[in-house]
Every structure is written in C-alpha cells, then in structure tokens.
Design a protein around this ligand. Sequence first.
Ligand SMILES: [Zn+2]
Length: 439
Amino acid sequence: MIWNREAECAEPADRTRVQLARLMETIEWARARVPFHRDRLDTPAPARLEDLATLPFMRKSDLREHYPFGLFAVPQSEIARIHASSGTKGKPTVVGYTRDDLGVWAEVMARAMVAAGCRPGDLLHVAFGYGLFTGGLGFHHGAERIGMTVVPASSGQTARHGLLLQDFRPAGMCATPSFALHVAEAMRAAGLAPDACGLRYAMFGAEPWTDGLRRALESAFGCPAYDTYGLSEIIGPGVAGECEARDGLHVADDHFLPEIIDPGSGAPLPPGREGELVLTTLTKRALPMIRYRTGDLTAVVPGPCRCGRTSVRIRRIRARADDMLIVRGVNLFPSEVEATLLAIDDLAPHYRLVLDRRETLARLQVEVEPVPGLASAALDALRGRVTERLRGALGLSVHVTLAAPGTIPRSEGKAVRVIERAGSDILEAGTSPGRNDTP
Ligand SMILES: [Zn+2]
C-alpha cells in the first residue's frame, strides 16, 4: 500500500516541475511577508532547482535571534498551533503552523507511516511525548489521517506502557529507540513478554540510532523496526521514513526539498557522498524555511527503490554535526561508539559516555552494561575486548567501565548519552545523539 501514489511515485520530470513551482512560490511568500527573508533573498527567484544553491543558508541561530515569532509569515491569529524545542542552551526554538500546514503534516506522516506498515483500522501505541515536542502529536494526527485507532500513551510512566502493550495488543508502536528499549526491559522485569504482544511493526525516531540498536529492538519486540526522520524546524516527524525495503528513508520531497552539502565549504555534494542535510520547505505557510542547515549527516541514496516510490531517499542519519566530540584531537560521534558496542556479544544495549575535561588531556570513559548473569572471570575478558574494539574503531584509547546491569540511567524520552565534566562540576549533560526537542 502506498498512501499517495500520485505524489510518491511521480515521474521525475513531473516532480521537478512541482518542486520548482512550489519553490518559487515559497520564496515569493517569504520575501513578501518576513523582513528577515526580504533582506536576504534580494535576488531574482531561482529559474532552476540548481539555482537554490546560490541562496544563503538558514541556521538554528536565526530562529533564536527572532524568538519567538519573528520569522512567522502570517499573523498570530492565523497560527493554528505552536510547538517548541526544549532549548537546552537558552531559549527554545519556536515553530508555528497554519491550519493548512497541519494538514500537510498529517499527510506526510501518513505517507511515512503507511510505508512502515500502518494500515487503516490498525491500533497504534504512541509512546512519543505529547506537548511542545512534535513527536507525539505528529504521529497522532498521521494515524488519525490514515484511519487508525490511536492510543496516545505519551512518554514516561514506563510500567504502564507494558500493561497497555500486553492488554491492547496494538499492531504498531512508535517511540524514541532508547525509551522503547527501556519499556521492553521493564516489561521483562515484570514478567511480561514484549515480543509476544503481537506487534507487526515499530517506528522509531527523534534520536540517531544504529543498526545494532535496530537489531536489539527487533529482537525485543519481535517485529521489524522502521526509521523515521524529521525536525520541528521543518515540520516535525514525517520529513522522511523507511519503506519495507529499508534501504534509505524516502523524503516527502514535494514538500521538503533536500540538499547535501559539504559542512565546511557549504558546496553541494553529489548523490552517494555524505554531508550535511539542508532542507527547504515547499508548502509551509506559517514558517517557511529556506536552505535550513539541519546539522544531520547523511547522503542521498542513488538509484531507484524497489518499493516503487520515486521520491529521493537519504541514508539513516549517521550523526549530528553538533554532537561531534573532540577528544585528544580525535573527532568522534557517540553513534560510532554505539555501533561498536552493539556489535560485541555479552553487552546489553545500555551505555553512556563520560568526557572528563578536568585534566589537560581530556579522558573519555565509556560506561556499558554486560548482559545479566556473566561470571566475574568473564567480565575481565569482556572489558578487555570492549577496550580493544573501541581503540580499533575510534583510533583512541578509552577507559571502559562495566556497570552493574540496570544501573546506567534509562531514557524516559530522549537518551542522555554524553556527560561532560569540566572543573569540579558537570558542565553539561547533552541530549546527544538526538534532536534538541524534549519528548
Ligand atoms: Zn522504497
């Protein structure tokens, strides 16, 4: 089943025509209504899609500098809803939607969710947070658009999720991957079987997650796990999602035009090359975003998809540029540590990084839990193996701590993977790897 065959399977020439017409309309719309855009887009509108590369980028700081409503292109009375990120560093990022924008959002959510297996009449357990965060309400309205039965469970209250999954037997669930793992663990501890709830599919997003975590989630819930991608600055979840081929995420590219750029020079990169994802909204009226730098590292997947959709696909987000840690001159991403750890037998998928900058040379400590019940003799060998693998993968010596099973803090929304210590205090507890939205 394909939700919108006309849009999702359009001939390339037809799609390009629609994209260009909508791009010109968006630029006109923004320029006529938002002083910020009027000043920056003081050039003729692009005559070809490639001309987009001549326009300036937008960054998260632009939203902060025009907090709260300075980039809105319609009066507040025409805004139907507002969402916001948590703003761990200062003020939140505020985004707005007209009634029509909310319609677009439900439409693109429906596309991504149907691609992951959602069907009219299915029961969906929504374990993303509801509120200013876009996760819960995004999936909620997508599910209603499809004609599903929605259980708006939200995040938190872990034990109750187990009960609802067990008793309601939903066809699908959606959550952050870290919270879903926590739910599965809590269910097993309570004597419930998360892999026997009858789930047919699960959709995850809002934080980068590796294929190792995918395998752990699929084994925990006994169903395939699909990746979804989005960010509130563009619309929320629904920007892109995996189909049954799971060979990249299909972008709703008649609504969001993707570019991949070299994060250093800003130059466009060809399909297949990894760089920073830049998105331009093509239909959003309340908050048009033109060449927004997402900070997410990915690549365009070349060639057609076997599902029949012709929309452009992006690789799963490997990392967020903002999450890069520099330790003793080595650049590394928390997701690289995750990929290495989850490929090692006898480790549970729970870890965190503690970066200690109190000495001249920063020290990276990796805390990870072994699976329960390992003999203490096996623990020493395991620690040695983990240290060796991480050194090989990262090109850096790290200090590995095997924490007692169940002791690394679990996520009730978005995982905190990195703790930084500077001076005598914890300087910052980042929410990385993940979007800066609070579930
Ligand atoms: Zn596909």
